[in-house]
Design a binder for this molecule. Structure first.
Ligand code: PLP
Length: 386
């Protein structure tokens, strides 16, 4: 149990898309550990990654993650660097190194629902994978009906790739959307969960590879979680991969082949304890659902605010919206005014991604219900002002 502190470390409502808000109690403990880790007189920044102290931190972090997400023994937890962007390549390279048949062109189904899965599909293409776009004409504002999807047939593709939450466009897809795909094409399921990992329970056993950058829902930037089915990285070494690109290197060494981001892993450990204290995945799921429902319904009720994504794929993590004039046309000037107004009321990180514009409220685990209520009252106030 992390010690509660009386006042928030930061006075802002921080709705940044990532790196993003962390709970005050986690920030407090993380800052204490910079001066003295567990009253040892040693800084977390200056201990060896091979020390017994860090070994305990790493093992507890793995154990807590395993129990929170119900990770079965068939799967390994790896901590890597290079961000989720590096995983766009590494998932492909690791699967091709062991699973591809050298004669035929490797094929994969990519479910492109936003710019991150679009990028990942491009990277796979660069690596020689023949990419089948399961959604023929994506528009990133909604997911076209399932009847229009064009998945490959049984055994035709090596893997199926999804991004479970598109951080930029605010589209979240569910296991019920993509599990049927891998059941029908019988391929390995690969998921980028950078912006909704640990926001709800998952059926981890159904995935071949899950990856997620830490800096949104899980901790600070600098470390990437990979959960991989162990049989996919067998044989243990692949002579086709550079050592540091090979998941097996991280499996064999318990993520300690080289120096890991010690501090980032430590803060993730604190975050996992905090999640447990909030009721685990069930608690997170309920909070996240409540926060998002409140905000989407406030947008719906308002006169000038407009959510850009249609239900049922509206992300609970990244609520993307803009302001529109009475004629329904996007009002960029008004949106800019609103962003300034929100900042004057203590709300930051609300600007949309540069490729989309408008506003984006990222409601990750550490964003509280009170934070969302504060945003809603600012929206209501602005709606009346104009
Ligand atoms: C869904 C998703 N995938 C991948 C990335 C890329 O992550 P990184 O910056 O850690 O490489 C991001 C970053 O925001 C993301 O939101």
């Amino acid at each position: 149990m992390i010690q509660e502190i009386s006042s928030p470390v930061t006075p802002w409502v921080n709705l940044n898309a990532g790196p993003a808000a962390l709970p005050s109690t986690v920030l407090q403990q993380a800052s204490n550990a910079i001066l003295s880790l567990n009253n040892s007189g040693l800084s977390i920044l200056s201990i060896s990654h091979r020390s017994p102290e860090f070994e305990t931190i790493l093992n507890e972090t793995n154990q807590n993650l395993k129990s929170l997400l119900n990770v079965p023994d068939t799967h390994a937890i790896l901590w890597m660097q290079g961000g989720a962007s590096t995983q766009f390549h590494l998932v492909v390279m690791n699967l091709l190194a062991r699973k591809s048949n050298e004669i035929n062109t490797p094929k994969a189904d990519y479910v492109v629902t936003g710019s991150w899965s679009e990028k990942a599909a491009e990277m796979a293409n660069h690596l020689g994978v023949q990419v089948n776009h399961v959604i023929p004409n994506p528009n990133f504002k909604q997911v076209p009906p399932r009847e229009t999807w064009t998945p490959s047939g049984p055994g035709e593709v090596l893997f199926t790739y999804v991004c479970t939450n598109e951080t930029v466009h605010g589209i979240e897809i569910e296991e019920s959307d993509y599990f049927p795909l891998v059941e029908s094409n019988q391929s390995i399921l690969v998921a980028d969960m950078s912006s909704n990992i640990l926001s709800k329970q998952l059926e981890v056993s159904k995935y071949g590879i899950i990856f997620a950058g830490a800096q949104k829902n899980m901790g600070p930037a600098g470390v990437t979680l990979v959960i991989v089915r162990k049989d996919l990285i067998s044989p243990v070494t692949s002579d086709k991969l550079p050592t540091m690109f090979d998941y097996a290197t991280f499996l064999k060494s318990n993520s300690l082949h080289n120096t890991p981001p010690v501090y980032a892993i430590y803060v993730i450990g604190l975050m996992l304890q905090w999640i447990q204290d909030q009721g685990g995945m069930a608690g997170m799921n309920e909070n996240n659902q409540t926060k998002a429902t409140l905000l989407y319904s406030a947008l719906k009720k308002s006169r000038y605010f407009h959510a850009l994504v249609h239900p049922p794929y509206q992300s609970r993590m990244n609520v993307v919206f803009n302001l529109v004039n009475d004629d329904g046309k996007s009002a960029e000037l008004l949106t800019k005014k609103f962003l300034k107004f929100a900042e004057s009321r203590g709300i930051i990180g609300l600007n949309g991604h540069r490729s989309v514009g408008g506003c984006r409220a990222s409601l990750y685990n550490a964003v509280t219900l009170e934070d969302v209520q504060r945003l809603i009252s600012v929206i209501e106030e602005f709606d009346l002002l104009i």
